[in-house]
Design a protein around this ligand. Structure first.
Ligand code: FES
Length: 104
């Protein structure tokens, strides 16, 4: 099972076992310090916003236009911003490091 490195909103880093074949959001929303993911992955709420570590950005497929448009509306949008409901966890992403974005 691959590991996700998650930095919470207090700056603490956690090693979290992540299931392959499901969205990263599914793992993050089970954590006490995780995300709300209110829309359940429909790419409409942005409560699953994370920042992907720059060393990993090129290993993840680029966002589709609907994700990109939603991200760009966010107050805390910056380089590395992604919606975790749009990223598939795979064994190749073992060690992927993401930071949970502040609440909007
Ligand atoms: S869970 Fe709502 S946009 Fe990702």
């Amino acid at each position: 099972m691959p590991t996700l490195k998650v930095i919470d909103r207090d700056g603490q880093e956690h090693d979290v076992p992540a299931r392959s074949g499901v969205k990263i959001m599914e793992t993050l929303r089970e954590l006490d310090y995780g995300i709300a993911a209110i829309c359940g992955g429909m790419c409409s709420c942005a409560t699953c916003h994370v920042y992907v570590d720059p060393t990993w950005a090129s290993k993840i497929p680029a966002p589709m236009s609907d994700e990109r448009e939603l991200l760009q509306e966010l107050a805390h949008y910056k380089d590395g911003s992604r919606l975790s409901c749009q990223i598939d966890m795979t064994d190749a992403l073992d060690g992927l490091r993401v930071t949970i974005a502040p609440d909007e």
